[in-house]
Design a protein around this ligand. Structure first.
Ligand code: HEM
Ligand code: MG
Length: 329
C-alpha cells in the first residue's frame, strides 16, 4: 500500500537549508524540472531526488524541511497533484513532463504525465510561465519574468511584496482574458493562482527577514536557476497560502473562463471559489479524479481509495463531506 504521509516537522523554526548536505548541482541528462519553482529548487539541492521523480512522502518531507510549508497545505497540494499527475500504482510523480521513470501507465483516460499536464493542476495566468495555449506552460518565460521584475520595481521598490503580488496577479488574469482564447480560471486553478502568488512572499524570503519582500536577485535564483541564495534560511514558522485571500481581495474576480474566444470571460457558477471551499474538494474528486479513473480495478482502485483518504485528511477540519467514489477498504 502507499505509505501514510510523514508527520509534521518536530523542530519547525527557521534554519539554514542551503547547507553542506544539500549542495545545488546543475542538471544531468534527463533530469526533469517543471512549472513549480519550489519543487524545482528542492530537486536541484537534493531535498528531492535530483532526477525530478518523487513519491508523495518525499515531496511532503522536502517542502516541510526545505521551505517550512505547513503540514496540511503540503499534504493537500501533494496528494491533489499525485492523484491527477502521478502513477498511483508505483507511487511516483514527475515534477515536470511525462517519463517512463514513473513506471507502466494505467489505462486511458488517465495520463500520468507529471506536473506539466495542463488543466488538472497546472493552469493559466502563471506569473513566470506562459499559458498552455501559447506552447510552453512549464519553462521560465523571459518576457513574463521581465514583467515580474518590472512590477516589482514599479510597485515594490525593487522587491516582490504583497502589493506587487496583488497587481501582478490582476495583470496576468487580464492578459489571459485578452490574449488566450482558451483561458480557464475555474477551480482548481482559481485557488492555486492566488496561493502561488502568495508563495514567494512566504517561502522565498529568508526566514530571518521580518519583511515579506523578495529581492530580484533572489527571485532570479529561485524562478530561473532552481537555486537557494547563499546562506538561505527557511521560513520562521510553518505557513502555506497565507496571503491568498488578500491577493484575491485587491481585485476580486469570479471563477470563470473565456467561453467564445478572447475577451469573452464569463463566470462559471459551477466552479468553486473562496465562498465555497468544499466545492473545490467535491469537484476535484467527482469530476477531475473520476474523469481520469472512471473504472479502476485491482491495486489501482485500492490505491485510489487510499490516496483519496490522504487528500481528504488535511481538510477534515473544514467540515466538507468526505466522498468515496470507489468505495471504502
Ligand atoms: C506553481 C505544484 C509546493 C512555489 C506550481 C505549479 C504546480 C505546482 C503544478 C504550476 C501551476 C501553474 O502556475 O500553472 C506544487 C506541488 C507542491 C508545491 C505539488 C507540493 C507541496 C511549492 C512550494 C513552493 C511553491 C513549497 C515554494 C517554496 C510555487 C510558485 C508557483 C508554483 C511560486 C507559481 C509559478 C508561477 O506562477 O510562475 N506548483 N507546488 N510550490 N509553485 Fe508549487
Ligand atoms: Mg501555469
Amino acid at each position: 500500500d502507499p505509505p501514510s504521509p510523514p508527520g509534521p516537522l518536530k523542530v519547525n523554526g527557521t534554519k539554514l537549508v542551503n547547507d553542506r548536505a544539500h549542495p545545488w548541482k546543475p542538471l544531468q541528462q534527463d533530469d526533469i524540472r517543471g512549472p513549480c519553482p519550489g519543487l524545482n529548487t528542492l530537486a536541484s539541492h537534493g531535498y528531492l531526488p535530483r532526477n525530478g521523480v518523487a513519491t508523495p512522502s518525499q515531496i511532503i518531507t522536502a517542502v516541510q524541511e526545505g521551505f517550512n510549508m505547513d503540514h496540511s497545505t503540503a499534504r493537500f497540494v501533494t496528494y491533489a497533484a499525485h492523484l491527477v499527475d502521478g502513477n498511483l500504482v508505483t507511487d511516483l510523480l514527475s515534477i515536470g513532463g511525462k517519463t517512463k521513470k514513473t513506471g507502466p501507465d494505467p489505462p486511458a483516460p488517465a495520463s500520468v504525465a507529471g506536473l506539466n499536464t495542463h488543466a488538472v493542476f497546472e493552469g493559466d495566468s502563471s506569473m513566470t510561465r506562459a499559458d498552455f495555449f501559447f506552447g510552453d506552460n512549464h519553462s521560465l518565460n523571459e518576457t513574463l519574468f521581465k514583467q515580474f521584475q518590472d512590477f516589482s520595481n514599479r510597485f515594490g521598490g525593487g522587491f516582490y511584496n504583497l502589493t506587487v503580488a496583488q497587481e501582478l496577479r490582476h495583470q496576468r488574469i487580464q492578459e489571459s482574458i485578452a490574449t488566450n482564447p482558451t483561458f480557464d480560471f475555474t477551480s482548481p486553478r482559481f485557488f492555486t493562482a492566488f496561493a502561488e502568488s502568495s508563495f514567494p512572499l512566504e517561502f522565498f524570503v529568508d526566514g530571518r527577514n521580518p519583511v515579506r519582500a523578495l529581492s530580484m536577485d533572489n527571485a532570479t535564483l529561485f524562478f530561473r536557476d532552481s537555486k537557494f541564495p547563499v546562506d538561505f534560511f527557511r521560513a520562521a514558522a510553518p505557513t502555506g497560502a497565507a496571503f491568498a485571500q488578500q491577493i484575491f481581495s485587491a481585485y476580486p474576480i469570479a471563477a470563470g473562463k473565456n467561453v467564445n474566444g478572447i475577451n469573452t470571460f464569463t463566470p462559471d457558477p459551477t466552479s468553486a471559489d473562496f465562498s465555497n471551499f468544499c466545492l473545490l474538494y467535491t469537484n476535484f474528486v467527482t469530476k477531475t479524479v473520476a474523469g481520469l479513473y472512471p473504472n479502476p480495478t485491482g491495486v489501482l482502485k485500492r490505491n485510489l481509495i487510499i490516496n483519496l483518504r490522504y487528500f481528504y485528511a488535511p481538510i477534515a477540519d473544514a467540515g466538507c463531506t468526505e466522498l468515496f467514489p470507489y468505495g471504502q477498504l
